[in-house]
Design a binder for this molecule. Structure first.
Ligand SMILES: Cc1ncc(COP(=O)(O)O)c(C=O)c1O
Length: 363
């Protein structure tokens, strides 16, 4: 398969629109959706509860914008608060690109948004053989591509690209959109080593999209933000529907950027390596080949009978995410969310029973 796929073969739109949430039926243990916890933290619920009485007023994103800008150490005019990262992809897709390209496998909403806006979309496919590294693959991007979309860390590969690998995509006349929806589990916003958020604030060719919905378990609230240079932020703001981000979402953004939010994100971050290590070890024990090292709150794993196993696991009460709807992956792939140890152990036991893998000595 060539690394860069042209747009000659139209994709299956139903696959691009498939997301993990439809795989989670009532009662199934959720390893399919990458939201950190089943409920938002209680301090955030309290903040939201007390903001309900203000719902008579139209929302003002100003305080959220300032709080998020302060969180990242960038000017407020470099931030646009949006109704989830998904809205950011839609706004960016409305700009008049000539030759957009999406680096895959990755979250499909940016490509779906570009296509919905009438753009043909090319794909740069990273390969399992080198752990889905960006590396030298960037040279495969045709020079006249004027928009590149890349995830970091990437869903579903859990690969964290080095900043210099991402920056190698930047060139005059091109915009690089980095989807950093999961970057808050990699590092604190105040001390970026991988995030390009600060850089985006002063680089016309770079846009970073962030989400608050995963780490704070507020996927239903819809809140995220874009960081870019002020002229691009102003263009995107003009495309945004009026009052797109509701007042509860803006209140949540202020709280997530504040002391309790930073402490919460830090504890999610601190807990993740342990969750991932247990999951990687367990999946390996039952015969799945895991893409390592995972840096998002999920792992990508391969098995010859992955798709059949996924279906059988549903009967045992577990939902894991199918891999074949991601461009560049096939039915031998599964994505599995990192959960607390007891939950992971139950998943591994069920997988062992499904796959007939030998029982391990107790750990
Ligand atoms: C990589 C990635 N980016 C963005 C999103 C969407 O985030 P939001 O809920 O903020 O729209 C998701 C959701 O699954 C995702 O996986």
């Amino acid at each position: 398969m060539p690394a860069v796929q042209s747009d000659r073969v139209p994709p299956d739109h139903a696959l691009l629109d498939h997301h993990g949430d439809v795989e989670v039926a009532d009662g199934l243990a959720d390893f399919a959706v990458n939201v950190a916890e089943p409920e938002p933290p209680s301090w955030l619920v309290e903040v939201l509860r007390s903001a309900v009485s203000d719902l008579a007023h139209y929302p003002d994103p100003g305080p959220a914008r300032s709080a998020l800008a302060t969180l990242h150490g960038v000017p407020a005019e470099c931030v646009l608060v949006v109704a989830g990262a998904a809205e950011a992809f839609t706004l960016v897709a409305r700009l008049p690109w000539r030759r957009p390209l999406v680096v895959h496998p990755q979250f499909t909403a940016p490509e779906a948004a570009l296509r919905a806006s009438g753009h043909p979309v090319e794909r740069l496919l990273l390969s399992a053989e080198d752990g889905f590294r960006l590396g030298e693959r960037v040279v495969g991007v045709p020079p006249d591509v004027d928009l590149v979309v890349v995830g970091n860390p990437t869903n579903p590969t859990s690969r964290l690209h080095r900043p210099d690998e991402v920056l190698a995509l930047v060139r005059p006349g091109r915009t690089v959109l980095v989807d950093e929806a999961f970057m808050d589990v990699v590092e604190a916003p105040g001390a970026p080593r991988h995030s390009l958020t600060r850089r985006a604030a002063s680089s016309p060719g770079l846009v970073v999209v962030r989400s608050l919905t995963k780490t704070f378990a507020i996927a239903g609230l819809r809140v995220g933000y874009v960081v870019a240079d002020p002229p691009l932020i102003a263009r995107l703001a003009r495309l945004q529907p009026p009052w797109s981000v509701g007042s509860l979402a803006t209140v949540a953004a202020v709280a997530c950027a504040g002391p309790e939010g930073r402490a919460h994100a830090s504890s999610v971050r601190d807990g993740l390596p342990g969750r991932l290590a247990r999951l990687v070890r367990g999946l390996g024990d039952v015969g799945l080949e895991v893409v390592t090292p995972p840096r998002g709150p999920f792992v990508l794993a391969r098995h010859d009978h992955a798709d059949e196993t996924r279906m059988l696991m549903r009967h045992r009460g577990f939902a894991v995410r199918r891999g074949d709807t991601f461009p560049g992956l096939g039915p031998e792939w599964l994505r599995v969310a990192a959960r607390p140890p007891e939950m992971t152990d139950r998943l591994i036991d069920a997988l062992r029973a499904t796959l007939g893998a030998p029982t391990q000595e107790p750990r």
